[in-house]
Design a protein around this ligand. Structure first.
Ligand SMILES: [Zn+2]
Ligand SMILES: [Zn+2]
Ligand SMILES: [Zn+2]
Length: 252
C-alpha cells in the first residue's frame, strides 16, 4: 500500500488568509498546508479520501491521473468542496462516492447540479455515483474497507480502515464500540488540531493519548492549524509518532 498525504491543514489552510503569525509567514514548506485529504493506492487501485477544497492543486502536484473511488469522512466544506474537479477524471467511467447515508444526502443537496443535471451539459458535470455505506465492512471494487464511526463534536462522522492503515480525521471522540475496529494497526493517521483544546477536534495531547490507547506500530498527526510549527512539534513527539505534511508518502 502506498499513502500520499494530499493535504494536512485545517479548514482555513495554512497560511490562513489575512494572518501574519510566525507559522503563516514561515518559509518551511512543511508549514504550508492545504486542506486535509489522503490518497491510498492499494492492489492497483487508487482510492481518494475526501475531495478537499484544494483537490485540483493537490492532484496536479502529485500527478494523480485516475481515481477509482472516493470515500467521504463527512460533508464539511474543507473535505468536500473540491468535488467538481473530479470532472476530467470521471469522463471515462463514473466514480463511485462512498460515505454514510447522511453525508451522501448532504452532498446531493449541496451539489444538486451534479446529480440532477438535465438538458444542456455545456462545460459538463463530474460523472459520479452515490454509494451509501450500509454496513461497517464493505468493498470498494475488490478491496475491503472498514468504516469507523467517530464523533466530530455532536456530528457523526466516519474514519476508514484499509488493511492495517486507519485514517481518522476531524475526530473529537472515539466511541468504545469503534475501538475494536482499530486493533493491530501498522499505521494510524489521526487529527491533532493544535496544543490548545477545541470542541470538535482532538488537540495534540488528546491525539497522543488516543495513540497510546490504540497502540499502532506508527502514527502520523494531521489536520493542523496555523498554531502548529512542524519542526517544533516534531521534536516534542514520542517515538513512533510524527507530524505529517503535504506530499508525505508512506509505503506500508
Ligand atoms: Zn476538517
Ligand atoms: Zn497564522
Ligand atoms: Zn469537519
Amino acid at each position: 500500500m502506498r499513502l500520499t498525504f494530499l493535504g494536512t491543514g485545517t479548514s482555513h489552510g495554512v497560511p490562513a488568509l489575512g494572518c501574519g503569525c510566525p507559522v503563516c509567514r514561515s518559509k518551511d514548506r512543511k508549514n504550508k498546508r492545504t486542506r486535509s485529504s489522503l490518497l491510498v493506492e492499494e492492489q492497483g487501485r487508487t482510492i481518494l479520501i475526501d475531495t478537499a477544497t484544494d483537490f485540483r492543486t493537490q492532484a496536479l502536484r502529485e500527478k494523480v491521473s485516475s481515481i477509482d473511488a472516493v470515500l467521504y469522512t463527512h460533508a464539511h466544506a474543507d473535505h468536500l468542496h473540491g468535488i467538481d474537479d473530479l470532472r476530467p477524471l470521471s469522463y471515462k467511467k463514473h466514480i463511485p462516492l462512498y460515505g454514510s447515508p447522511e453525508t451522501l444526502r448532504e452532498i446531493h443537496t449541496r451539489f444538486d447540479y451534479i446529480f440532477n443535471s438535465s438538458g444542456q451539459i455545456g462545460g459538463g458535470v463530474p460523472l459520479l455515483r452515490l454509494s451509501p455505506i450500509q454496513s461497517l465492512v464493505f468493498f470498494v471494487l475488490d478491496i475491503p474497507v472498514t468504516a469507523i464511526p467517530l464523533k466530530h463534536g455532536n456530528l457523526d462522522i466516519l474514519g476508514y480502515r484499509i488493511a492495517n492503515m486507519a485514517y481518522l480525521t476531524d475526530c473529537s471522540f472515539i466511541p468504545g464500540s469503534s475501538r475494536g475496529l482499530l486493533e493491530g494497526l501498522d499505521v494510524l493517521i489521526i487529527n491533532a488540531l493544535r496544543a490548545r483544546p477545541h470542541s470538535t477536534h482532538f488537540s495534540i495531547g488528546e491525539a497522543l493519548h488516543e495513540i497510546a490507547r490504540i497502540r499502532p506500530k506508527r502514527a502520523y498527526l494531521t489536520h493542523f492549524s496555523h498554531e502548529v510549527d512542524h519542526r517544533a512539534l516534531k521534536k516534542e513527539l514520542p517515538y513512533g509518532v510524527a507530524p505529517s505534511y503535504d506530499g508525505l508518502k508512506l509505503e506500508s
